[in-house]
Design a protein around this ligand. Structure first.
Ligand code: COI
Length: 356
């Protein structure tokens, strides 16, 4: 499998202020592009990052047939860069593709494409701990056709972006509220796929929450408006005494790869982990009885993000977390320690990128 590479003759890296990175504002010199037509994926190309041409009748613009992934590459030392769990991201991309009636990608092309792209732009991987190169693979329907049916043509891209923390709060706890009116996803819908439209549908409720001083919405299930699902930008965990509790994957929750990593690490530590239905009332009760010790979110972009406040109906859970709780901090240190190659990876999650 050959990937053609056209290098830029004008790197933009000297324009980047690596000391003041935000999330997703600057993009590395190159991108990967692959076209699907006549029933198969064509040869992958790596080329300079820049605008791409498409027609206004392209199906993705009208019917939202679009999916994406988010993963990160970490600077270990000047000779070593780690990608985190790329094969799991590949599997999830293909799960999303199946749900959205899009073509799947071969693992070999996906992994080799990532390796070559990241090796070419390795200087863009930030060196500072807590910063990383965010890797965004995405696929959309590109056929020029207004019929509301699955496209026969697709494009797949990978772009990369040096990033700092996702939430401007950094390690300061985020504030969440439930929504009485809106839902994120319903079982049987697209909630467990990483479909672009899931995010678009969350913007209005998120904006309303933000106008009231909250960071994000914590979503409840769409049927009973009772069971906690996720936060839209991250999965959620509750430390209730010596147990770690997280909503089960019911079909409307995104199966987070950081979520899976948190569960594996906690189990490795001998902790009792419960993946099950978690009613918001149960969390309110465990807060009132003093058993709710910590709440945190997990995600590729968010990493481990402490939650300081949850608002539901007339009630408020206010956690006594000045910054990040001790359990979430230990989890953050362990996951990022593995990602940045500072501690052993007994799980085989890190994928070194060869820079030769
Ligand atoms: C990620 O964590 O990679 C995501 O895709 C979430 C996105 C809202 C930035």
């Amino acid at each position: 499998m050959k990937i053609s590479i056209t290098e830029t003759d004008q790197s933009r890296i000297s324009d980047v202020d690596f000391d003041n990175l935000q999330f997703g504002r600057v993009f590395s010199d190159h991108m990967l592009e692959m076209v699907y037509k006549d029933g198969s994926w064509q040869k992958a190309e790596i080329k300079p990052y820049g605008p791409v041409q498409f027609t206004p009748s392209m199906q993705a613009l009208h019917y939202g047939q679009a999916i994406f992934e988010g993963m990160k590459a970490y600077h270990v030392d000047d000779e070593t860069i780690h990608l985190f769990r790329p094969k799991d991201h590949h599997q999830r991309l293909n799960n999303s593709a199946r749900r959205l009636c899009m073509p799947e990608l071969d693992e070999e092309v996906f992994i080799k494409g990532l390796e070559k792209l990241i090796a070419l732009d390795h200087k863009w991987v930030p060196k500072e701990r807590s910063h990383a190169l965010y890797v965004r693979p995405f696929m959309f329907a590109s056929e020029e056709y207004l019929a509301a049916k699955s496209s026969k043509e697709y494009r797949f891209y990978v772009i990369t972006s040096p990033v700092a923390a996702y939430y401007s709060e950094g390690f300061n706890p985020v504030k969440l509220t439930t929504s009485e009116k809106f839902v994120r996803a319903v079982r049987g819908g697209t909630g467990e796929a990483k479909a672009a439209g899931n995010y678009a549908a969350s913007f209005l409720p998120a904006q309303k929450a933000q106008s009231k001083g909250f960071t994000q919405v914590i979503w409840l299930d769409a049927i009973e408006n009772r069971y906690i699902e996720e936060v839209g930008t991250m999965n959620i965990f509750f430390k209730i005494k010596d147990k770690l509790v997280t909503p089960e994957l019911t079909g409307s929750v995104l199966p987070g790869i950081t979520r899976r990593s948190v569960i594996a690490i906690a189990k490795e530590w001998g902790m009792k982990v419960e993946e099950r239905k978690v009613a918001i009332d149960e969390i309110l009760e465990s807060y009132e009885s003093g058993n709710l010790e910590e709440v945190f979110g997990s995600g590729t972009a968010a990493v481990i993000s402490p939650v300081g406040l949850i608002h539901h109906g007339g009630e408020t859970i206010q956690l006594d977390q000045q910054k990040i709780g001790p359990f979430a901090k230990k989890m953050y240190d362990t996951i990022t320690g593995i990602q940045y190659g500072k501690i052993d990876d007994p799980f085989g999650w890190t994928h070194p990128i060869s820079l030769d």
